[in-house]
Write a protein that binds this ligand. Structure first.
Ligand SMILES: NC(=O)c1ccc[n+]([C@@H]2O[C@H](COP(=O)([O-])OP(=O)(O)OC[C@H]3O[C@@H](n4cnc5c(N)ncnc54)[C@H](OP(=O)(O)O)[C@@H]3O)[C@@H](O)[C@H]2O)c1
Length: 342
């Protein structure tokens, strides 16, 4: 049985879903993978809590605490560095906001963890997409891993497929329907709702954020596509290099026209290049898809990705709808994949 120290940073929707999932899956991970996933502490903006210390060995009983969000005594003076010092090694799980302007707080959190020789599993996109290479180089130097399934369409497997399942094949292009909010809005508009009605419904269902601008502006799709491309293709594309258009301004008349053409309108992120030695480019925009296109039938908050390869043809994956539990599940998957070999 291997004991893994986990420090959770960020305790919003995804952080809390991850906490609950660890409680739910503790025994399963022990029995199935031989891993005791020990959550040692949680750090958030308003303070931290220590769930166990090296003196007081953790038992799953800590997970019985029902409502940490409101009941816990969050202590501002305990920092991530304190946890890193106390426990020596393990995994930092980053569930802080995706800041696409300066990559913080994710960059500072991940850098601190890597420098101390901790693995990082992240749901946040900002640092990796704005400063590609920097954190990866540090992780190589320290011989630890950064895993970002939670930041790259979460419950939809993207990186695992591109990195492992297609190993040896040359990937020629990637297309992704990667944003649940946009897909939900377009699906509901196709069923007769206006843009505003569809967005409001997505917000009521917790699919869209209160401020949906990164999603509907196409930036979330661009960030995910860049993260996937940079890892799977080994590129170092920055967000500022992507051409990005979202779904803002789409009207029922446009939807009606696409229906008359017997096409399906989807927000697609693409990474491709004009020739073998040309640079890779990332572009996000509305695309008119034939009904037979593998991404055309993906509706509501579900997502999908296609890899075009030289030896395996095209390979598509779909599903993995956007929600905090799916994101938490992707974080757990990354943790297991660091330690467990089938
Ligand atoms: N929501 C989803 O379905 C989903 C799916 C996939 C990926 N993601 C990604 O997952 C991440 C978290 O999303 P969310 O919806 O859980 O966000 P959220 O509800 O806004 O929670 C963010 C959390 O980060 C904490 N935080 C902010 N600044 C911090 C700092 N400097 N140090 C430590 N903690 C800090 C906040 O602390 P306080 O609570 O004290 O303010 C809060 O607990 C984002 O990067 C998002 O893009 C979300």
């Amino acid at each position: 049985m291997e004991k893994i120290n986990i420090i959770l940073v960020g305790f919003g929707r995804v952080g809390q879903a991850f906490f609950n999932l660890l409680r739910e899956k503790y025994d399963y991970c022990r029995a199935r993978y031989g891993l005791e996933l020990e959550l040692r502490g949680i750090v958030r903006n308003k303070g931290s809590i220590l769930l166990s210390s090296t003196q007081r060995v953790m038992t799953p009983a800590y997970f019985l605490t029902e409502d940490l969000d409101t009941l816990a005594d969050w202590i501002p003076s305990i920092t991530l560095s304190d946890f890193l010092e106390e426990f020596g090694s393990g995994i930092v799980v980053d569930c802080t906001p995706s800041n696409l302007e300066n990559g913080e707080p994710g960059f500072t959190i991940m850098k601190a963890a890597l420098e101390k020789g901790w693995h990082v599993v992240t749901a946040s996109k900002g640092a990796l997409v704005l400063r590609p290479g920097e954190l990866q180089n540090l992780s190589k130097e320290k011989n630890v891993l950064i895993k970002a399934s939670g930041a790259t369409a979460a419950a939809l497997p993207t990186l695992d497929v591109g990195l492992n399942s297609l190993a040896g094949a040359t990937i020629q292009a990637i297309e992704g329907l990667l944003n649940g909010t946009c897909n939900y809005i377009l699906t509901r508009m196709n069923e007769g709702l206006s843009y505003d009605q569809a967005l409001e419904e997505a917000q009521e269902k917790g699919i869209a954020e209160r401020d949906p601008s990164l999603d509907v502006g196409g930036w979330d799709t661009a960030a995910k596509m860049i993260l996937i491309a940079n890892q799977v293709l080994g590129t170092e594309i920055r967000l500022s290099e992507a051409i990005v258009r979202g779904i803002v301004g789409i009207t029922p008349e446009i939807i009606e026209k696409t229906r008359r053409l017997d096409k399906v309108l989807k927000l697609i992120g693409k990474c491709d290049r004009e020739s073998y030695d040309a640079p890779w480019k990332v572009e996000v925009g509305l695309a008119l898809l034939d009904r037979e296109h593998p991404l055309a039938g993906i509706n509501e908050a579900n997502k999908g990705i296609i890899f075009y390869t030289d030896t395996m043809g095209w390979v598509a994956v779909s599903g993995g709808k956007s929600d905090p539990r799916g994101a938490a599940a992707a974080l757990l998957k990354d943790i297991i994949s660091i330690y467990w070999r089938a």
